[in-house]
Write a protein that binds this ligand. Structure first.
Ligand SMILES: [Zn+2]
Ligand SMILES: [Zn+2]
Length: 289
């Protein structure tokens, strides 16, 4: 029996909104995706014009029409929640609240953000800054779940280990509004060897011990241009990078995460997803090792 990753897993990809945000659910369906990710606004700008009511309605209608399981918004890259700069924190706070508002308006399930960099402060301060930002912006009426994305460990980034992330979550008051998104390129860059059975199991044990498996609510599925432990965030097409197709076997064959959205953010985007999916299917063709 031939198995396809799109049938077996909760597969998805980051989709462009250039033809209209409300066109994305249809687009997702073309790839056989059950889930997908978008930016709800320009990811490099602070400001955004309010969402058009007709676009919101059309997005929600198209989503249910196309039977989409989960939608994830990736928040703006400008939201450095780990920073100690008060002026910047003010801007981040306002922009983060708007991201949550837009996510709820669109009815999306997940909002992922990079914790950011503590710059000249310490990791300890950075961790506290991220938690305090979350306590400022999260509120009990929101529907969207906010996910902390693990970092590649570049510069003074917060979140390169699951212990870091769990210390943030420990300080968050509204625990049922937060979760974690694992980027495979980032864990690889941070030194977790997910390509071996041992390395993968060690990572999973670390997750169990620090966060709990149920906190993992999303994946970014990317191969890596750079080597393991190089602390550099450079995504590559699935199977073309240093993780390689076989490197994804442990994760893809793990029943624990098969229902969790797995969103590809590979460099070719929509032009590359069909090939990415084909490369993942090879894992099934070879069977369970
Ligand atoms: Zn990512
Ligand atoms: Zn990345």
């Amino acid at each position: 029996m031939e198995m396809k990753v799109t049938e077996n897993h909760n597969m998805g990809g980051h989709l462009s909104t250039s033809e209209g945000l409300d066109k994305t659910p249809e687009n997702a369906k073309k790839f056989g995706f059950k889930s997908f990710q978008i930016f709800s606004k320009n990811q490099m700008q602070w400001k955004a014009k309010p969402l058009d009511e007709s676009v919101v309605k059309s997005f929600r209608d198209n989503r249910s029409l196309n039977g989409i399981d989960s939608v994830m918004i990736h928040s703006s890259y400008l939201l450095n929640t780990a920073s100690s700069d008060e002026e910047l924190r003010g801007k981040v706070r306002e922009a983060f609240k708007i991201e949550i508002e837009r996510a709820d308006l669109l009815g999306v399930d997940l909002l992922t953000f990079h914790p950011g960099s503590f710059k000249e402060a310490t990791l300890e301060v950075g961790i506290r800054n991220v938690a305090s930002m979350l306590n400022d912006v999260l509120h009990s009426e929101q529907n969207v779940r906010v996910l902390i994305e693990n970092s590649a460990g570049q510069g003074n980034s917060v979140g390169k280990s699951f212990q870091d992330i769990s210390r943030i979550l420990d300080m968050v008051d509204l625990k049922n509004k937060v979760g974690v998104c694992i980027d495979t390129c980032h864990v690889w860059a941070a030194g977790y060897n997910i390509s071996t059975k041992d390395g993968y199991e060690r990572m999973k044990q670390e997750i169990r011990d620090s966060l709990g498996i149920e906190k993992i609510m999303g994946f970014h599925l990317n191969d890596s241009k750079k080597g393991i432990g190089e602390k550099t965030d450079r995504h590559e097409q699935i199977g073309k990078g240093t993780i390689g197709v076989d490197g994804f076997r442990n994760l893809m064959m793990d029943a624990t995460f098969m229902k969790v959205p797995m969103i590809m953010e590979t460099p070719m985007g929509e032009a590359g997803y069909m090939q990415d999916l084909e490369n993942l299917n090879v894992i099934f063709e070879k069977g369970i090792a």
